[in-house]
Write a protein that binds this ligand. Structure first.
Ligand code: BES
Ligand code: ZN
Ligand code: ZN
Length: 497
């Protein structure tokens, strides 16, 4: 999708659809800047007739009056003015774009000034609106040959109609949103790709392709190198699958060589059957999304490169498939991890923490200033927080605070869970240094407590995206499937540094 910026007068602008935002109860008193009085009068009259009050997500579709060059007008409710956020604007445009796709309208012009946002400069508003358009327009349709023919999936062309004084700022905002959305869309594509295609090798090749496109360094370790590195926990998980594991290492240099990098680590289980502790068949198809953390890291590396952020980053993805077979690890097996610590594998379905342990231990060689890991780690996280917040746990209060703020600002919200010493009791093993499950109570916390053992001495935060990485039904503004969560959050965090 292409997003352009224009400074034409509203009525002069040719458009398939002209989109106007209206806060709740504000339409009747709204002075529609740049809109001819007759035009505004028609709008207000129709809104009154259709009982359009401006509630969040409410839509009113009209044929444009004769003196307007748009074919149709779409009015979207923004809800209460005082509670409007960037996410409100994103969702509004996302909803409009999805509506237009349904009626095969592919030309959208957004009246920028009808989407105000308190304390936010034009660049920030443009960013939110553009993200809403790009992410709302997204769908994973590469395997839908029949629907494609019906042109329902043609992308929508979007223009922002702005006052001349805002032009430069808005263009900057659009460019930022395009970079971040490209990262999010790449992450979604990777998550949505089915397991038969998505081997660890496939994930590595996609990462390599992205890196060569934007000039990042990329190294991929195969089975033999992983053995040499003694990545025993990661190799343990991989050994049940005929597909070989890969460790993907991406590096972005945006600051001086002396500056220590921030490390991003993403769980890359391309398919999680549970292994010998096999999962129930119902819903197992969703477990192709168990590399959402990896996708977020790959997507963020792309966004960082496109934004030319002034920092150094290293992105590490342990990519494996978790399968049951004659060569798979068994419950009761003891693995020696990269760090040298031994792990009793009580449940082979708690595989994510095993590969993260080795990947975090591996990134120490880069002497990172901080390590942020992202993983679809625990079902317990969905029980605790549902689908509207990513769980955050860690050992660095400052980093935690900054990430929480980035979560609010980006719309990818985080909620902190405690990581008190007492939880370590649950993962003590009688036969090894640690065991990989801590029982049902506080499952998200004990998983993080396990990872913490491998992050000793590092400034570290863990993000459990099990509940936020996958959209089950599809909502008015986002399509069904992978959400690409983490890319907007981390891009925001890195930009604010
Ligand atoms: N990949 C799953 C967690 C998951 C569940 C992600 C649902 C997304 C949606 C993870 O590997 C897993 O199976 N965790 C187990 C851990 C348990 C055995 C301690 C779980 O949560 O049940
Ligand atoms: Zn699992
Ligand atoms: Zn898993």
């Amino acid at each position: 999708m292409q997003v352009t910026v224009k400074t034409t007068k509203i009525e002069k602008q040719k458009a398939g659809c002209l989109l106007l935002g209206a806060a709740e109860g504000k339409l009747q008193s709204m002075t529609l800047k740049g809109l001819a009085p007759e035009f505004a009068a028609v709008l207000k009259k129709s809104a009154a007739r259709e009982k359009f009050s401006g509630k969040t997500g409410q839509l009113l579709e009209l044929t444009a009056p004769a003196d307007c060059r748009a074919d149709r007008l779409l009015l979207i409710g923004l809800g209460e003015e005082k509670s409007t956020t960037g996410e409100t604007l994103r969702r509004a445009v996302g909803t409009a774009v999805q509506r237009l796709q349904k009626v095969h309208e592919h030309d959208l012009v957004i009246a920028f000034d009808t989407f105000p946002l308190r304390k936010t400069a034009p660049a920030g508003r443009a960013e939110a609106l553009t993200e809403g358009a790009l992410l709302g327009d997204y769908r994973f349709d590469r395997y839908q040959t029949e629907e494609k023919e019906a042109d329902a999936n043609t992308p929508v062309r979007v223009s922002l109609l702005v006052a001349a004084r805002d032009l430069i700022e808005v263009e900057t905002g659009v460019a930022v949103a395009e970079a971040v959305s490209a990262g999010t869309i790449l992450a979604r594509d990777l998550v949505n790709e089915p397991g038969n295609i998505k081997s660890p090798e496939y994930l590595a090749s996609q990462a390599q392709k992205m890196c060569s496109d934007v000039g990042l360094e990329c190294t991929v370790l195969g089975h033999r190198e992983l053995e040499k590195e003694k990545m025993g926990a990661m190799l343990g998980v991989a050994q049940g699958s005929v597909r070989e594991p890969r460790l993907i290492v991406m590096q972005y240099h945006g600051a001086s060589a002396g500056q220590k990098p921030i490390a991003l680590v993403g769980k890359g289980v391309v398919f999680d059957s549970g292994g010998i502790s096999i999962k129930p068949s119902e819903g197992m198809e969703e477990m192709k999304m168990d590399m959402g953390g990896a996708a977020a890291v790959i997507g963020t590396m792309l966004a960082a490169a496109r934004l030319k952020l002034p920092c150094n980053l290293v992105g590490v993805v342990p990519a494996v498939e978790n399968m049951p077979s004659g060569t798979a690890i068994r419950p009761g097996d003891i693995l020696t991890s990269h760090s040298g610590k031994t792990i009793e594998v009580v449940n082979t379905d708690a595989e994510g923490r095993l590969i993260l342990a080795d990947a975090i231990s591996y990134v120490r060689r880069f002497e990172p200033v901080e390590v942020i890991d992202l993983a679809t780690l625990t079902g317990a996280c969905i029980i605790a927080l549902g689908h509207h917040a990513t769980a955050l746990l860690g050992n660095d209060t400052r980093l935690i605070g900054k990430l929480l703020r980035a979560g609010e600002a980006s719309g990818e919200r985080l909620w902190q869970l405690p990581l008190w010493e007492e939880y370590n009791e649950q993962i003590k093993s009688c036969v090894a240094d640690v065991k990989n499950v801590g029982g049902r109570p506080g499952g998200t916390i004990t998983a993080a407590a396990f990872i913490q053992k491998f992050a000793e001495g590092l400034n570290w935060v863990h993000l459990d995206i099990a509940g936020t990485g996958w959209e089950e039904k599809g909502c008015p503004c986002y399509s069904f499937g992978g959400t690409g969560v983490g890319v907007r959050l981390l891009s925001r965090y890195l930009r604010d540094l």
